[in-house]
Design a binder for this molecule. Structure first.
Ligand code: INI
Length: 160
C-alpha cells in the first residue's frame, strides 16, 4: 500500500494525538505547534482530541512523551522543539539525547512518537522550517503521525 492510500484512510480513523512542545525558542515552537494542529485538523482529527503539553526544553520532551503515553492520554505524540547550534554550546547533548530519548519512548510503548525537533545551525534556518505557510515541520509531523497510525491499523487488521 502506498503512502497516498494511507492518507485516504485518515478521516475515518478516530485517534487522539498529543502535542508536546518545548518552551525554549518558543517563537519557533509555537509555529511548529500550530502547523501540527493544522495538519491534524485538516485530516479529520477533532480539536478536543489534540491535547497540548509544554516542557521547558527539548531535553525534557522524551519524559513528557513517556508520561503522556503511560497515562493513556494519546495514541501518538508529536514532540516539538528547536535546538539551534549557534545558541548553545551543548547543542550535541541536547539534540542527541532528545532524539535518542524520543526513539526509546516510541519503541517502549509501541506507539508513534514523532520527532518534530528542529536541529539547525541558525535562527534563520529554524524560521524557514517553521514558516506558517510552507514547509512547516509541525505540519509534516502531523501527516507522519497519521500515516504511522494508519500503518499500525492496517497491520492489526492483518493480525500482525
Ligand atoms: N533547549 C532547547 O529546546 N533548545 C535549545 O537550543 C537549547 N539550548 O540552546 O540550550 C535548550 N536547552 C535547554 C534544555 O533543553 C533543557 O531544558 C535544560 O538543559 C534543562 O534540562
Amino acid at each position: 500500500m502506498t503512502l497516498k492510500e494511507f492518507k485516504l484512510q485518515l478521516p475515518n480513523m478516530p485517534c487522539r494525538i498529543a502535542l508536546v512542545a518545548a518552551e525554549f525558542n518558543r517563537f519557533i515552537t509555537t509555529q511548529l505547534l500550530e502547523g501540527a494542529r493544522e495538519g491534524l485538523v485538516a485530516n479529520g482529527v477533532k480539536e478536543q482530541d489534540i491535547p497540548v503539553y509544554w516542557v521547558p526544553g527539548a531535553f525534557e520532551l522524551p519524559l513528557a512523551a513517556d508520561r503522556v503515553l503511560q497515562a493513556g492520554q494519546a495514541d501518538a505524540v508529536i514532540a516539538m522543539g528547536a535546538v539551534i547550534r549557534g545558541e548553545t554550546a551543548h547543542f550535541d547533548y541536547v539534540a542527541g539525547e532528545c532524539a535518542r530519548g524520543i526513539a526509546e519512548v516510541s519503541l517502549k510503548h509501541g506507539k508513534p512518537v514523532i520527532f518534530g525537533v528542529l536541529t539547525t545551525d541558525s535562527v534563520e534556518q529554524a524560521q524557514a522550517r517553521a514558516a506558517r505557510n510552507k514547509g512547516n515541520k509541525g505540519f509534516d509531523c502531523a501527516v507522519a503521525a497519521l500515516n504511522m497510525l494508519a500503518l499500525a491499523s492496517q497491520l492489526a487488521d492483518q493480525g500482525q
